[in-house]
Write a protein that binds this ligand. Structure first.
Ligand code: HSE
Length: 435
């Protein structure tokens, strides 16, 4: 033990995949961690709901407890890995109000109660670290909070959900349907038993809210993040994207933008998008994650790696833990990064995008001109139009690429095209990003 330095008591809440891994490393790598901190880290206990549930064999039974409150109140640092929102919120608030630092990987908790928890941490000078909440092992929270604190982030494009990236990658590589690719993701253990949170974009939206708040020094409520999932992506859309040199990715997009009405603010959104195959994010395959940051002075940066997994995520948690523990050795309050810019979150309808609209149309004289008129009347400019003869019942496939236009105008164009007599079906609509 480091002479003259009190041990730092660590409480781990939750013994799931990540909690068990963190607890195990605290026990087996104690000497290394002590050397990095300058004081011993002592695992005070592991809070669980059920003492009888099957556990990681290396976890000593005497460290398990169902009395999370007593464990929290006796700890210098609390590592919250129980997931869920309400119980986690109670315990994290209790920890912060007692002056303990908190490390959490709970994106749902921070995306819904972040403002309350960060202000509690600031009030008592405690640290609230959450590197594991976005992108698993990938360091992205600290780079945004600290390394880029003197720069101006302009835009973040993130692949922050491994399950959906795996599904879209399978659809691209193997021509799978969405259902086939989801079944494969489940078979390999990437998708949760209920994959709704992943495929609907909800998981990525929580991460987008956290990234946007940090990057633009403002509060981004989860409800302000617009979300579309990948459930309706078809093999035809993936193939059409391939033909125009694109790959379909589910992106979390956080931007500082000037809206069509001149308001400057933040846009945070999650949706599938066509990304040029030459874009660095296009090469992110399988269940990996990556976050591409465009900053005023640093230029483009990409952070890439495993977005989930016990050992991988434990790396981020232990990094946060060592960082919080060092503060106990040095003394002084935790670092706060309060939302200081006051930038508003913009109405999604005002944000501009580029669309690729695939239509099945009647192959007759004048159809192209009439449809072009529908687009133009709504103030949207066509960049490309490509027609291929489908040959079924005198129909053709028409793919219209637009210039940037406000979302509201683009949505009106899609509705009007869908209603046009010349259009048999709107086969798909995808935004184009990263051009
Ligand atoms: N379910 C998430 C994913 C991992 O598929 O990336 C945890 O956020």
């Amino acid at each position: 033990m480091t002479p003259g330095v009190l041990p730092i008591r660590v409480a781990v809440l939750g013994a799931g995949t990540v909690g068990a891994e963190v607890a195990n490393q605290l026990l087996t790598r104690a000497a290394d961690l002590e050397a990095r901190v300058g004081a011993p880290l002592v695992l005070a206990g592991i809070a669980v709901r059920d003492l009888q549930a099957p556990r990681h064999p290396a976890l000593p039974k005497e460290l398990l407890t169902t009395d999370a409150e007593s464990l929290v109140l006796g700890a210098h640092i609390v590592v919250e890995l129980i997931g869920g929102v309400e119980r986690a919120r109670e315990l994290v608030l209790m920890a912060l109000e007692s002056g303990a630092d908190v490390v959490t990987g709970n994106k749902a908790l921070l995306a819904t109660h972040g403002a309350e928890l960060f202000s509690a941490a600031e009030r008592v000078g405690a640290q609230l670290n959450y590197e594991a909440a976005v992108g698993g092992a990938i360091p992205i929270i600290r780079p945004l909070r600290d390394s880029l604190a003197g720069d101006d982030v302009k835009r973040i494009l993130g692949i922050v959900n491994g399950t959906t990236n795996f599904i879209l990658d399978r659809m691209d590589e193997h021509d799978d349907t969405f259902e086939e690719a989801l079944a494969e993701a489940s078979r390999r253990g990437y998708a949760e038993a209920d994959p709704t949170g992943d495929v609907s974009g909800a998981d990525a939206a929580q991460k987008a809210a956290l990234l946007a708040g940090l990057a633009f020094h403002t509060h981004v409520p989860l409800e302000s993040v617009s979300v579309e999932g990948i459930e309706r992506i078809t093999p035809d859309q993936i193939r059409a994207g391939r033909e125009t040199g694109h790959v379909v990715k589910l992106l979390a997009i956080c931007e500082r933008v000037t809206a069509a009405d001149g308001t400057v603010g933040v846009s945070a959104r999650v949706h599938p998008a066509l990304l040029p195959r030459r874009h660095p994010l296009a090469s992110v395959r399988g269940a990996n994650n990556a976050v591409f940051v465009e900053a005023e002075f640093a230029g483009s940066l990409m952070f890439y790696g495993a977005g989930a997994g016990g050992p991988e995520t434990s790396s981020a948690v232990l990094g946060d833990l060592v960082s919080a523990a060092r503060r106990h050795v040095i003394g002084g309050p935790g670092l706060a990064a309060p939302p200081s810019s006051g930038l508003p979150v913009l109405d999604p309808g005002l944000v501009t995008s580029q669309y690729q609209i695939s239509l099945t149309v009647r192959d007759e004289p004048g159809v192209l001109a009439r449809l072009a008129g529908i687009v133009a009347e709504r103030g949207v400019s066509i960049e490309t139009a490509q027609q291929t003869r489908a040959g079924v019942g005198g129909t053709a496939t028409l793919v219209i690429g637009t210039h940037r236009a406000p979302e509201a105008a683009l949505a009106a164009v899609v509705t009007a095209l869908g209603d046009a007599l010349e259009v048999a079906a709107v086969a798909g609509v995808l935004r184009i990003e990263g051009e």
